[in-house]
Design a protein around this ligand. Structure first.
Ligand SMILES: Cc1ncc(C[n+]2csc(CCOP(=O)(O)OP(=O)(O)O)c2C)c(N)n1
Length: 575
C-alpha cells in the first residue's frame, strides 16, 4: 500500500512486490496453489477487485487456468513454490512451443535452506530445459520493476517467462518508490489452431519457431539493462544473480559486479566483455553451479565455490568464505522442535495409529509432524499426493502388514483423489484416513474447495469429501471426530480388519480457523503417578514444573479433552 501520497513510498515484501508489479502491468487473471515461500503472492493479488485471483486445486490446474486467460487475451500469472513447478511441468514444457497471446508469467519461489520444503531444487535449471527466458530480481523493488519488463519479453518473444525468486526475496521487506499506475494491455481471444493445438504436425513447426525465438532472446539478453555491469575495482569482480547480488555488494562494495537479472538465455558476450576487464573473477550463486557451468563451457576463467556450498542458503558471511575458498563449515541451524499446536485434531489420530502399530504412508501437511517422536506414527512423506499410491504399493508388497494412508483435505484434493481412484481401480484393500481440518493449515490456513469459500472470499459450491470417495467406488466411507479418541480407534480397528477399501474422514476444524476453547484441564498431583502416557500425545500444554511434576498450562490448553481420555488414573479433569 502506498504510504505517502506524493511519492508513493511503500514497504513491501518480495511477494507483495510481485503482486503490485503484476497489478501495475495489467494482470487480469492469477491462479496458484499455496506453498511457502510463494503463498502471499496470490493472497496479495486477491485484494485487488479489478482482477481475478484464484486458488486452484493444484499447480498444474493453476498453470492451465492462467494460461487459458493468456490465450483469452489477458495478461496472466501463475505462482507456486519450487516443488509446485514440478506438478506444472507438463503444460510448462509445451506452452513454450505454443507461445502466448497476452503476456504470461510463471512465478516460482525456491527455498534454499529448505525452511519449509522437502527439497531445495534449483528451479533456474528449468528455464534452459523448458527453453523459456529466466528473470531473477535481487530485491523486492527489483521484483516490482522486473515484472513489467517480463511481460514485455513474454509478448515480444511470444513465450512464457520464468520469474524466479527465493525465500529471502519473498519474505524480505524493502521500502521503495512505486509508480502506482496500472495499464491493462488487452489482446483479442486467439483462435490460431496451429499455435494452440500441439498435435505433432503443429508442434514440429512450433519447436523450430521456438529455437528462432530463443536466438532472438539471446540477442535481447546481451543488451537488456536487466543484466547490468558495474565496473569499479578491476582487481576483483563478481558475476552473480538474485539475492546473492545483495550479499556480494554488502561484503565487497568496491568490487566490480555483473548482476544477471536475465540469466537465461545466458548473455555470453556481455560476460566475456566483463571478464576481460577483471583480474580475479568470482561467481557467486546459491545451490547449483548454474552460472558456473555456462562460464566453463565458454572457457572463461573464474573462481567458483567448493561443492559443499551446493547445499543450503548463502549469506554475506558465506560469500566471504567462498571467496576465501573455504568449505562450508556452518553448524546445522538450531531451531525450535516443530510440533502440532495445542488442540490440533491430528494429534489424537496419530496417538491411535501409533498405539495400533500400523505402517502409515503419509503425505505433506501439518499432519506430517506425526512422524516426530513421541508420536512417531507416520512412516513416509515424499511429495504431495503420494500417500495413497505408497499405501497401495507397500500393502501389496507386504501381505499381512497393516498399512494405512494418511492425507490432509487440501492434499487429497491436490493430487490425492487420483491416487484413490487408482487404488479402487486396482482392487486395493485397506484404510485411507483423510485428516479433514477444514483448511490448508500448513501454509497458513488457506481456503480450498472443501471449505466452500474462494480466495477472494466469495461463497462457492462446497466439495463434499465423502461424496467424492463414494463416487470413486470406495466400499466404506465413515466420518468421525478424532477428538473422540475411543470412537476413532475402534472404527480404525474394525476397518483395518476388513478385506475392503475404506476411507475414514477424521473431521475436526483446525485451531487456527476455530480458536474456540473449552475450560482448560488440570492434573491432580495426588492421582498422577507420572506414568508418562499423556506425554505420548506430545501436547505443548502438558509440561513438567521445576519439581518435575506434570501440570497443564492454562493458557496453552484448549480443553480438547484428548489427554483426559488417555489418562488411565483419572488424574486429569476439568478445571
Ligand atoms: C507440490 C507442492 N505444492 C505445495 C506444497 C506446500 N504444501 C505442503 S502441505 C500443503 C497442504 C496442507 O494442507 P492439508 O493437506 O489440508 O493439511 P493440513 O496442513 O491442513 O494438516 C501445502 C500447500 C508442497 N509441499 N508441494
Amino acid at each position: 500500500m502506498p504510504t505517502s501520497a506524493q511519492k508513493n513510498i511503500v514497504l513491501l515484501s518480495g511477494n507483495e512486490a510481485v503482486a503490485w508489479g503484476a497489478w501495475a502491468a495489467g494482470v487480469c487473471f492469477a491462479s496458484g496453489y499455496p506453498g511457502t515461500p510463494s503463498t502471499e503472492i496470490l493472497e496479495a493479488l486477491s485484494s485487488f477487485d479489478c482482477l481475478e485471483a484464484q486458488w486452484a486445486v493444484n499447480e498444474k490446474v493453476a498453470y492451465e487456468a492462467a494460461f487459458g486467460a493468456c490465450i483469452g487475451g489477458k495478461r496472466a500469472l501463475t505462482a507456486c513454490k519450487h516443488v509446485g513447478l514440478n506438478v506444472a511441468m507438463d503444460p510448462l514444457m509445451t506452452t513454450a512451443y505454443s507461445g502466448v497471446n497476452a503476456g504470461f508469467l510463471v512465478v516460482v519461489a525456491d527455498d534454499p535452506g529448505m525452511f519449509s520444503s522437502q527439497n531445495e531444487q534449483d528451479s533456474r535449471r528449468i528455464a534452459p530445459f523448458a527453453k523459456i527466458p529466466l528473470i531473477e530480481p535481487s530485491s523486492p523493488s527489483e521484483a516490482y520493476r522486473f515484472i513489467g519488463e517480463a511481460y514485455q519479453i513474454s509478448e515480444k518473444f511470444d513465450i512464457p517467462v520464468l520469474f524466479r525468486i527465493t525465500t529471502r526475496i519473498s519474505h524480505t521487506k524493502e521500502s521503495f518508490e512505486m509508480d502506482a499506475s496500472r495499464q491493462v494491455p488487452i489482446r483479442p481471444l486467439d483462435r490460431n489452431i496451429s499455435k494452440y493445438v500441439m498435435v505433432p504436425g503443429h508442434a514440429r513447426a512450433r519447436h523450430v519457431d521456438l529455437e528462432k525465438r530463443l536466438m532472438r532472446l539471446q540477442e535481447y539478453s546481451e543488451n537488456t539493462p536487466l543484466n547490468r555491469a558495474e565496473i569499479k575495482d578491476r582487481k576483483i569482480g563478481f558475476i552473480t544473480s538474485g539475492i546473492c547480488a545483495l550479499y556480494t555488494k554488502e561484503v565487497y562494495p568496491d568490487a566490480s559486479l555483473l548482476t544477471l537479472g536475465m540469466s537465461f538465455p545466458f548473455p555470453i558476450n556481455k560476460i566475456k566483455a566483463f571478464a576481460k576487464k577483471i583480474n580475479k573473477l568470482y561467481v557467486i550463486e546459491e545451490l547449483e553451479p548454474f552460472l558456473e557451468e555456462q562460464l566453463k563451457q565458454e572457457g572463461i576463467k573464474f573462481i567458483g565455490k567448493k561443492s559443499s556450498w551446493r547445499c543450503g542458503e548463502l549469506s554475506p558471511h558465506a560469500v566471504r568464505q567462498i571467496v576465501d575458498q573455504k568449505e562450508r563449515d556452518e553448524q546445522p541451524m538450531k531451531s525450535r522442535r516443530p510440533l502440532l499446536c495445542p488442540g490440533c485434531p491430528h494429534r489424537p489420530a496419530f496417538y491411535a495409529l501409533k498405539k495400533l502399530r500400523y505402517y502409515v504412508a503419509g503425505d505433506i501437511g501439518c499432519y506430517t509432524l506425526g512422524a516426530l517422536e513421541p508420536l512417531a506414527a507416520l512412516h513416509t512423506q515424499i511429495c504431495m499426493g503420494a500417500s495413497i499410491p505408497f499405501f497401495e504399493g507397500i500393502g501389496k508388497s507386504n501381505p499381512g502388514q497393516k498399512v494405512v494412508a494418511v492425507i490432509g483435505d487440501s492434499t487429497f484434493i491436490h493430487t490425492g483423489i487420483s491416487g484413490l481412484i487408482s487404488a479402487v481401480y486396482n482392487n486395493t484393500k485397506g484404510v485411507v484416513v483423510i485428516m479433514d481440518n477444514a483448511t490448508t493449515a500448513m501454509t497458513g490456513a488457506q481456503e480450498n474447495p472443501s471449505t466452500g469459500v474462494t480466495l477472494q472470499g466469495k461463497k462457492t459450491k462446497q466439495l463434499v469429501l465423502e461424496d467424492i470417495c463414494k463416487a470413486a467406488g470406495v466400499d466404506w466411507v465413515d466420518v468421525v471426530d478424532p477428538y473422540d479418541l475411543k470412537a476413532f480407534e475402534k472404527l480404525l480397528k474394525i476397518r483395518v480388519e476388513e478385506d475392503k477399501l475404506s476411507v475414514i474422514i477424521a473431521r475436526h476444524p483446525c485451531k487456527i480457523i476455530d480458536p474456540s476453547r473449552k475450560p482448560s484441564l488440570k492434573i491432580d498431583q495426588k492421582l498422577c503417578k507420572d506414568c508418562g502416557l499423556c506425554l505420548k500425545l506430545d501436547c505443548p500444554a502438558i509440561i513438567r514444573d521445576q519439581k518435575d511434576s506434570l501440570y497443564i498450562d492454562k493458557l496453552l490448553c484448549t480443553g480438547c479433552g484428548v489427554c483426559l481420555q488417555v489418562c488411565n488414573l483419572n488424574a486429569i479433569s476439568e478445571r
